[in-house]
Write a protein that binds this ligand. Structure first.
Ligand code: HEC
Ligand code: HEC
Length: 299
């Protein structure tokens, strides 16, 4: 529970809580001693037939009330409730949560340890491990990569075999552990004409319709402007910097001339968060295997 800044509120709560329960107890005692005149009406009549009698409360009802009052005192002695008093059992909701998590961890730890000791490729072939990986993926990764891991604009598809940073287990694990920061620098300084040449050349790389004269000029600009430094001389990309392969049909942002022009002019920046601290080794191992398994058997 939160701590009060001054003792006043602490006392205030204690006085109100004990006061109310005591008031109930007093009411019960007073009622128990009151004299009744069973069977005699008090002379008040409502709605023609509704008469007021002076009968005692039913015994079961008084007892239930008495037990409630006793329960309240016992509860407040054992559990927190009276101002800052922590209760004799020392129970806290945080403590209960920690114990439950520890219990859960103890049950699943042997399972996590078993998979952690196995090779990623072997884990990827294990049905139970894949189900665990999928659950983790749906909890932590779905919001960006989609439930089916097929991504969206700016968020890579993880279920194909096209990789910004590489699809070998070590590369996927490195991506998950430390995150990735993809930076495509802006190139508007090349001038609109050259950028248009480049866009046509980029489209030609994957066989999309293009202006061949511009594409030829764009090919030269692709090396002279330094694109090859990241995307490689053939435009097939580079895992070390996360530069996409421009020769395939997979697009992170889009293949239209307008989108490519926008990418070249303004550049792109993209961040995959790091998960090492948050998820820990065992969960990352399972997720690596799950992500690895998604693209197996695809082209
Ligand atoms: C906040 C959004 C976000 C979340 C959450 C997220 N990712 Fe990513 N992820 C990205 C972005 C953006 C990239 C691309 C980075 C780039 O372009 O440089 C990426 C890249 C990747 C890559 C590299 C793909 C490649 O082609 O090399 C993998 C693998 C990956 N994410 C897996 C995961 C897993 C597993 C999780 C869950 C633990 C996860 N991501 C959670 C945004 C996210
Ligand atoms: C410093 C390295 C670097 C240089 C130089 C560079 N790029 Fe890139 N490029 C990248 C990265 C990294 C990405 C992916 C950005 C991301 O992850 O969001 C990218 C993305 C792209 C894309 C988007 C691809 C898609 O799938 O949507 C195109 C098109 C592109 N670059 C073309 C070019 C051209 C043309 C040049 C030269 C004018 C160039 N790049 C120079 C690193 C570079």
């Amino acid at each position: 529970m939160s701590d009060f800044v001054s003792d006043f509120w602490n006392l205030y709560v204690i006085v109100i809580v004990t006061g109310s329960i005591l008031a109930c107890a007093v009411l019960l005692i007073v009622q128990g001693k009151a004299t009744f005149t069973p069977g005699k009406t008090m002379g008040h009549v409502w709605d023609e037939t509704l008469e007021e009698y002076n009968n005692p409360m039913p015994k079961w009802w008084s007892w239930l009330f008495t037990i409630t009052v006793i329960f309240a005192f016992v509860y407040l002695a054992l559990y927190p409730g009276l101002g800052n008093f922590k209760g004799m059992l020392g129970w806290t909701s945080v403590g209960q949560h920690t114990t439950e998590v520890a219990k859960m961890d103890a049950t699943v730890k042997p399972l996590f340890d078993k998979y952690l000791a196995m090779d990623v490729k072997a884990v990827a072939g294990d049905k139970q491990a894949n189900e665990m990986g999928k659950r983790l993926f749906l909890t932590y990764c779905m919001q960006c990569h989609g439930a089916d891991a097929r991504g969206a604009k700016g968020f890579p598809n993880l279920s194909d075999n096209d990789w910004l940073y590489g699809g070998e287990p070590e590369q996927i694990k490195e991506t998950l552990n430390n995150g990735r920061m993809g930076v495509m620098p802006p190139h508007a300084q090349l001038g609109a004409d050259t950028v248009k040449d480049l866009a046509n050349f980029v489209r030609s790389l994957s066989g999309l319709p293009n202006d061949s004269v511009r594409a030829a000029k764009g090919k030269e600009a692709f090396s002279s402007a330094g694109c090859i430094g990241c995307h490689g001389p053939e435009g097939t990309g580079m895992h070390a910097v996360g530069a996409p392969n421009l020769t395939d049909k997979v697009w992170l942002y889009g293949s239209s001339e307008a989108t490519i022009t926008e990418t070249i002019n303004n550049g792109r920046q993209n961040k995959m968060p790091s998960w090492k601290e948050f998820l820990g080794e065992a969960k990352i191992h399972l997720l690596t295997a799950y992500v690895y398994s998604l693209s197996q058997g695809t082209k």
